[in-house]
Design a protein around this ligand. Structure first.
Ligand SMILES: NC(=O)c1ccc[n+]([C@@H]2O[C@H](COP(=O)([O-])OP(=O)(O)OC[C@H]3O[C@@H](n4cnc5c(N)ncnc54)[C@H](OP(=O)(O)O)[C@@H]3O)[C@@H](O)[C@H]2O)c1
Length: 221
């Protein structure tokens, strides 16, 4: 049985990816900060017959990331890493607080790097492995009222492109996924999107990411 680790797997796109991979027989490891949300999502997935492990840690904290990944690797091999956890704060640049900016850079950029760094050696030792970085169309072009978020996603894109070059001769395939808006809790604290129900369902995007990832190329949708 192959194992996929999905950061931010308790809600939104991460949760839908967990459902999709579990449906195809993967053991799914979902992570996030909030243990209660993780346990609730684990219970839901188990009802659908999934084999699910949870691990609660903050990807902003390098030390916690290392400890959590080391603990997981004592019991499981990981074949696929999906760097999905991410946050967004939107509005005109002057309206963003220092905390908003730190939160986006520390989660989206540093968190993705810390988790990848903790797992890369293990993934290289698998016969075949994948890293899928969930970026966004915000990693492709600039957008009004999204300055710092877009900056963080361009950074994730740069990280992804460089990983591809650095690990080109290894058994790890690196994929960037660039999607537009999805109807997820991501927008709950924001008025940047007026009606999130008009956005695509995350389940639809999860199916596409899952299907296209087998081609080993970036996914732009
Ligand atoms: N929704 C969209 O329109 C959209 C469009 C394009 C790309 N994206 C990207 O898609 C990804 C998933 O977003 P989503 O829409 O599914 O949002 P979501 O429902 O808010 O999910 C975000 C997940 O990340 C986790 N997370 C946040 N900060 C974390 C931290 N510091 N450490 C560990 N886990 C953390 C959250 O769990 P906890 O709160 O429990 O930590 C949650 O499970 C993000 O990278 C986002 O940028 C979203």
């Amino acid at each position: 049985m192959k194992t996929v680790l999905i950061t931010g797997g308790s809600t939104g796109l991460g949760y839908e990816l967990a459902k999709r991979y579990a449906r195809d027989g993967y053991h799914v490891v979902i992570t996030g900060r909030n243990e209660e949300k993780l346990k609730a999502s684990q219970a839901e997935l188990k009802k659908q017959g999934a084999h699910v492990t949870t691990s609660a840690f903050d990807i902003q904290n390098e030390h916690d990331v290392k400890n959590a990944i080391d603990t997981l690797l004592q019991r499981h091999n990981i074949d696929v890493l999906i760097n999905n956890a991410g946050v967004g704060h939107f509005g005109p640049l002057p309206s963003l607080s220092g905390q908003d900016i730190h939160n986006m850079i520390d989660t989206n950029v540093k968190g993705t790097i810390f988790v990848t760094q903790a797992l890369i050696q293990h993934l290289c030792e698998r016969s075949s492995a994948q890293i899928i970085n969930i970026v966004s169309t915000a990693g492709l072009r600039g957008k009004v009222n999204e300055t710092a978020y877009v900056a963080s996603k361009f950074a994730v894109r740069g990280f992804t492109e460089s990983l591809k070059a650095e690990y080109a001769n290894q058994n790890v395939t690196i994929i960037g996924a660039y999607m537009g808006g999805m109807d997820t809790p991501f927008w709950d604290e924001s008025d940047h999107i007026q009606d999130k129900s008009r956005l695509k369902p995350a389940s639809q995007i999860a199916d596409i990411v899952y299907d296209k990832s087998s081609q080993g190329e970036d996914i732009i949708l």
